[in-house]
Design a protein around this ligand. Structure first.
Ligand code: SAH
Length: 242
């Protein structure tokens, strides 16, 4: 099964864009995933081909019409999950990326202007996804981010299969820091332990660094990690409550 991505956008020329280069691009050419960028404007019915209109209630900007976007979506709907890019969505996580990467692919809606008419989300089963707490001018960059994160996890895409597993977020922690030659640079050397050849010591050092850095840089992740570690398994909890 190949991971099939369909992107609904007003700017299909933005695809594959950066996903045509490097590992994702090679995987695309090798057929390990597919990408179809569809122009939402092709689904308009009026002579002006309008995809947007002024916001109900007034205010700045324009809103993407539910009827036009739904027509584009309905023409591409199948068993794949439908995701819409919006800063109002659930923050994208590595866990969700991993689920998506093991599935059949995704249909991704890219917003523009002020975003989509809300009725679209009431009328169709659509997962609203945000790539972070900042505002982009359109959903295309978000779709590229999401697809890049998925594609690198597909079988045969990354050089070393294990390099996906120790990474930041996979364990609930940030990854440990990396070093490479030269041994000395601007008077700084590589930590001695990494040159010791003692694999147990190296693993312990890396674990300790990952924990310390997560605690310092991402107290939010650290709290969740510690919480998950200290919480009793759900079965034990239930017994105690009974
Ligand atoms: N008025 C909206 C922002 C619209 S930005 C608001 O304040 O919530 C225009 C489009 O860019 C959105 O429809 C969405 O598709 C995309 N976009 C902007 N920021 C995003 C983010 N953080 N994550 C995902 N998509 C985003």
């Amino acid at each position: 099964m190949t991971f099939a991505a369909t992107v609904l956008t007003l700017y299909p020329d933005m695809f594959p864009g950066p996903l045509g280069a490097s590992l994702a691009g090679r995987a695309l050419r090798e057929g390990r995933w597919s990408l179809d960028a569809v122009n939402i404007r092709d689904f308009t019915t009026d002579k002006h081909r309008s995809v947007d209109d002024t916001p109900a209630g007034g205010g700045a900007g324009m809103v993407l019409r539910a009827d036009v976007v739904a027509s584009a979506l309905d023409a591409h709907r199948d068993e794949r999950p439908i995701l819409a890019m919006t800063p109002r969505g659930a923050p994208l996580t590595q866990a969700r990326v991993r689920e998506l990467a093991t599935g059949p692919g995704a249909v991704i809606l890219c917003g523009r202007f002020e975003g989509f008419d809300e009725r679209l989300f009431e009328a169709r089963r659509i997962e609203q996804v945000s790539i972070g707490d900042y505002v982009l001018s359109g959903g295309e960059m978000g779709a590229l981010v999401l697809l890049d994160a998925c594609v690198r996890l597909l079988p045969g895409v990354m050089g070393a299969p294990s390099s996906g597993e120790e990474e930041s977020f996979e364990s609930g922690l940030l990854e440990y820091p990396h070093y490479t030659r030269p041994l000395e640079w601007e008077g700084r050397t590589i930590p001695e332990v990494l040159r010791s050849g003692d694999h147990a010591r190296i693993a312990a050092w890396r674990r300790q660094k990952a924990e310390a850095d997560t605690r310092l840089r991402r107290p939010d992740l650290w709290e969740r990690h510690v919480g998950a570690r200290d919480r009793p398994p759900s079965g034990a909890q239930r017994q105690k409550d009974d």
